[in-house]
Design a protein around this ligand. Structure first.
Ligand code: ASP
Ligand code: MG
Length: 405
């Protein structure tokens, strides 16, 4: 059995022409593979809006979150009205969408009334994961409209994680059991599952999310559990680029990379894929291809267990925080101290990327992982400031935002 898993990112399906491309790609590939699985992200920008909605809810600003729920609704309804659905199919889909939006509104309301911090984190994950649930419904309905057997599946029923809200880690043995029980029977009946990226749940069913950009991770976990032959990730660029094309227009596609090389690029700031997604594919030797949804005939980038060839592959930039002090001293204590502040604030782990010391100056750079989201840097800065001021070894540390190239 040859199974292809295709993951469609938010930038690839955020506009109607992207969804039309998706349809023609799935039609084409369905005749070439025994089994197809789709993993989909939220439409471009939707997760950011949902995070904003949860911030409004936390401030009990019901007008704020209602406005966002209404904007999210308009965006999806107008996408549905652009797509060629029959009258009955369209209205059934609209009902599904409204059910998810009702749940979203309900979660926002619960959040605005919640008092315990632990509960609030769980509700935030329910809110931020709504975008993926919406796209999965729309895409599954579109495939059915085009005579394919497709069902939308929420990954909360498939991927089991620990309970670290916002950046949970999958528990593979439990996930494997769920996938064997709930996903494989569908595949054996030649049904195309359209699975939500990004979201998961604890063993007891509390919703979690896998961190920003986590749909990639969903794709690789599912691919590993079904032993897929290949994973193709669709974006709106031609593949993994030698630099961020928004910063450097002369950036080029890198045709081949090893798992190690791409993991390192992702870790050091290449946004094209989630750094944690590489390991499950590498362990099972499943090749990964990154392709442009608008130019599907292009080769894209192929990532597999080739031996890395020497030479410069690409340039990445990642945001971090530098701590500097005007004289030398032990940096050991500082490292654990920053890590502790970070995990307290975000529940995630932080990597010390560069430490340097000269006779007159100390420098420690920490990379703030891209999956934590745009305000991670501020969060860390705020968490560290009071504790840094308390170190009384006579060294005055100062803090500045840096980009590490
Ligand atoms: N929608 C989520 C995000 O924006 C997950 C993803 O797109 O991979 O982070
Ligand atoms: Mg992504």
């Amino acid at each position: 059995m040859k199974t292809l898993l295709m993951k469609f990112g938010g930038s690839s399906i955020g506009i109607t022409p992207g969804i039309t491309q998706l349809l023609s790609i799935v039609l084409h590939e369905s005749s070439r593979w025994d089994q197809l699985i789709l993993v989909v992200s939220a439409l471009d920008g939707i997760t950011d809006q949902l995070i904003e909605a949860s911030q409004f809810a936390l401030m009990s600003n019901s007008r704020g979150y209602r406005r966002i729920v209404a904007t999210v609704r308009t965006r999806h309804m107008s996408l549905i009205s652009d797509l060629p659905f029959g009258v009955n199919e369209r209205s059934a889909l609209q009902t599904d969408i409204d059910r998810i939006l009702f749940d979203l509104h309900d979660a926002c309301q619960q959040l605005s009334e919640a008092t315990e911090r632990r509960n609030t984190n769980q509700i935030i994950d329910r809110i931020t994961g709504s975008g993926e649930r919406l796209t999965a419904r729309i895409i599954a309905a579109l495939l059915r409209q085009n005579h394919m057997r497709a069902v939308a599946l929420d990954a909360t029923d498939l991927i089991v994680t620990d309970d670290i809200s916002g950046s949970a880690t999958p528990l593979l043995p439990l996930t494997q059991v769920r996938i064997d029980e709930r996903l494989k029977p569908l595949l054996n009946r030649s049904i195309i599952p359209v699975i939500t990226g990004f979201i998961a749940a604890t063993p007891t069913g509390t919703p979690t999310t896998l961190g920003r950009g986590g749909s990639d991770y969903t794709a690789s976990i599912i691919a590993a559990c079904v032993d897929a032959a290949e994973v193709w990730m669709y974006a709106d660029v031609d593949g993994v680029m030698s630099a961020d094309p928004k910063e450097m227009p002369e950036a080029q596609v890198i045709p081949f990379l090893s798992y190690e090389e791409v993991a390192e690029m992702a870790f050091y700031g290449a946004r094209i894929l989630h750094a944690r997604m590489v390991a499950p594919l590498r362990d099972r030797h499943i090749p990964l291809r990154v392709k442009n949804i608008f130019r599907p005939a292009l080769h894209g980038t192929v990532i597999d267990d080739r031996i890395p060839q020497p030479g410069l592959k690409g340039v990445t930039v990642i945001e971090g925080l530098a701590l500097t002090a005007p004289r030398s001293g032990s940096l050991m204590a500082l490292g654990s101290f920053v890590e502790e502040a970070f995990s307290r604030e975000t529940g995630g782990r932080l990597e010390v990327m560069i430490t340097a010391q000269s006779a007159t100056r100390s420098l420690v750079c920490f990379v703030v992982p891209t999956y934590i989201g745009p305000d991670a840097q501020h969060l860390l800065q705020a968490a560290l400031a009071p504790s840094l001021a308390q170190i009384d070894d006579g060294i005055v540390w100062s803090m500045e935002a840096v980009g590490i190239v």
